[in-house]
Design a protein around this ligand. Sequence first.
Ligand SMILES: C[S@@+](CC[C@H](N)C(=O)[O-])C[C@H]1O[C@@H](n2cnc3c(N)ncnc32)[C@H](O)[C@@H]1O
Length: 448
Amino acid sequence: MATGETKSKWLGELPDTASEAGSKIYLAYENKVDEKMILSRAPADIVSLWKSNLNTRDNRLYYGDNAGILAMLMYDLTVKGKVDLIYIDPPFATNSVFKSRSRRDAYEDLQTGTRYIEFMRTRLVMLRELLSEQGSIYVHLDKNMIFHMKIIMDEVFGSANFRAFITRRKSNPKNYTRNTYGNISDYILFYTKSDTYIWNRAYRAWTDDRAKQEYPYVEEGTGRRFKKVPIHAPGERNGDTGKPWRGMNPPTGKHWQYRRSVLDELDARGEIYWSSNGNPRRKVYFDESKGVAVQDIWLDVKDAHNQNIKITGYPTEKPVSLLQRIIAASSDTNSLVLDCFCGSGTTLDVASKNERRWIGIDKSAEAIVTALRRFQKGLEPMGDYVKGRKNNQKTLPFEFQDPQKLLPLAFDKPISDRTDVIEEFSLFATSPYHGELDGAILGLRSKT
Ligand SMILES: C[S@@+](CC[C@H](N)C(=O)[O-])C[C@H]1O[C@@H](n2cnc3c(N)ncnc32)[C@H](O)[C@@H]1O
């Protein structure tokens, strides 16, 4: 295993020029707009479409292009500098058009190359202004633009605020017909606004096999499972941790991990394991472990992959489990969470159910209608879509019906009967608004 050494130990080669070591890296392309221009963009005019009486948290769903809405939010002092978490899953520059499972137009992803990069950079610059000092941003992309956007994120948020490059397994292995490796991954860039950010480390439960492998010993008398770890760490020290303990010096080039009085206490509690040739090691107990700390490869938050998994049917919808992980790790109760490419509302749904406040934006009417339906009706097993098509039923499943008629139907059960309903929010649109959501709003009005 490769282990880095501290800079002070290693002089290394001097850079070719004095400025080279500290100079920033920028992505150069034509028509790259000055940040000042982005920050002085005209805010969109907003019309209020619907307001729930219950919306004490000020949750907001906006229908419209996010550029003008973000520009407007930069003037809103309840939002500017107050957002603790941003998750975005924008178009990936795939040069395609996406339809929902019911074949309705959902959104286009036709911007590529520098147009795409500038489109994203414009939004990222404004998002930075909205983030709180303890805030984090997660940007979900695929192999097309991830490297360009890493450089742009370094520019906008500062490379020192880069925290992780997460690889997610998005699907099960495919039998590719192309002569290359199957593509089953996408990526998430995680940056923070500063170095004092909200961080609740994520853990996964141990599997039995893995626990036994990792904690192979069982303590006599107590039956507690444990592993043995060294009690020394790299680097020599002159203080207490460099002195002999129990007549033994730390190994060459190392120091004791704890002060000698702490080692005495551990030993007195029976937490030091002495090998037959007198080498001390610390016992780490399985029952004190919180689980396996989540690393930067996420294999367990795949997109819907079997008929029983519940979804909305919106294209490129992300799984609830993915947002649960991100929201739990990088926000606290009552934090404000923002997703300005919110699609079917996965981020908003998970935020609501975890007592976070939220703002969602999307410019697709289909996305907003889907999110509203999700708030009222929840998710449906993926298999139901297939059943609907195969059987050619007269009454089409929910997702195949006319979008204008969807929302009234969603209310056919009294709200009090449902446990997963989200009704704490207001709905807005950018002006001019042409009535695209009127059918859905009718349903919302009838219940307030
Ligand atoms: C990949 S989808 C997001 C899916 C979402 N994460 C989910 O779980 O359903 C991207 C979304 O970005 C929206 N979008 C694209 N350009 C936009 C823009 N300029 N302003 C607002 N929304 C935009 C699209 O309409 C689409 O719904």
